[in-house]
Design a protein around this ligand. Sequence first.
Ligand code: NAD
Ligand code: TYD
Length: 351
Amino acid sequence: MTKKILITGGAGFIGSHVIRTMVNNYPDYHIYNLDKLTYAGNLKNLTDIENKSNYSFIKGDIVDDAFIMKLFDDYKFDSVIHLAAESHVDRSISNPNAFIHTNIVGTVNLLNAFRNIWKDNFAEKLFYHISTDEVYGSLGEEGMFTEETAYDPRSPYSASKASSDHLVRAYYHTFNLPVVISNCSNNYGAYQFPEKLIPLAINNIKNRKPIPVYGKGENVRDWLWVNDHAAAIDLIFHKGRVGETYNIGGNNEWRNIDLIRLLCEVMDEKLGREKGESSELITFVKDRAGHDLRYAIDSSKIQNELGWKPSVDFKEGLRNTVDWYMDNQQWMEDVTSGTYQNYYKEQYDNR
Ligand code: NAD
Ligand code: TYD
């Protein structure tokens, strides 16, 4: 084995795609997946690679500093790709503290443990922090976020991610820790937990339940296929410059209501429904507090410097995504049983 790589949050949505990419692309690396298995973590996302000899799963909490320190001491990871986080804005509004613990304290624990095992001897080592475009705040109708855009987070989620980004950069400047950060736009694809817009809408359309659209549905997001994000992470991990930030985006902006209408059309076709039948389920509900109006990413730095670009057209990606959820209904049933029902009731009953 040439490298021992710790990937945190590998049982989650994006993390499982990153694990799969790294395990399959690099048989010489040993990939360790550290995950607490919160409601969002699911080892069924990884059944196709779980028996590979270059993969191991470790259950644990990044907030537990003594556990993290010992883990790094035992395994001496060469690199970290850090995805573990509380990731849902609505949950950060109802319970901000979990976001402070995992996203801020958890990140610092990893930075400290990485620093502790390598002291000042950081040759060939890397701490790669995965972040979001939401740290930059909310755009009006014009403009895009670049790597130079000043941070202006508006939700407890984005504030906690912004805080973790600042700490990662502080460890680079203060302790010479070799770090790299990427900030990505909204991802979509297989294995996304159905608290997020696209899988939630797919599930509701299939079950003929109301599709809750916040406010007037005029908020704009830039959507990227999750496998394109995983490919960008692979590239930045190997070719990104230490100390740098890379923005990753799909150059693919959609107003929520337009995206939902497109999804309804695709679902009508897939389910053999009359055209327009699913869109009757669209229900405008109370807006999210502090709802960021628009995100848009200028990804010219990663495109020009590393030669990355999105590979899939959105309409094709959305069709493939719908196919995946239709072909994997057991996965959806498993994750929406039990505590999901309570979450849904709390979030949507009073909207
Ligand atoms: P997710 O919620 O699907 O997965 C998060 C994973 O982290 C889960 O497996 C969970 O069990 C694990 N985890 C949570 N708390 C933990 C803890 N204390 N210790 C160990 N593991 C813990 O999230 P995601 O959508 O896959 O996002 C992954 C990362 O990418 C996050 O850092 C997020 O901020 C960032 N990101 C997400 C998006 C997006 O559109 N989903 C976009 C840009 C950036
Ligand atoms: P989401 O998937 O939660 O991602 P984020 O908040 O990180 O962008 O939401 C995407 C957009 O969809 C966002 O503008 C909020 C909106 N939304 C709804 O309109 N209804 C919903 O039920 C959800 C979950 C989100």
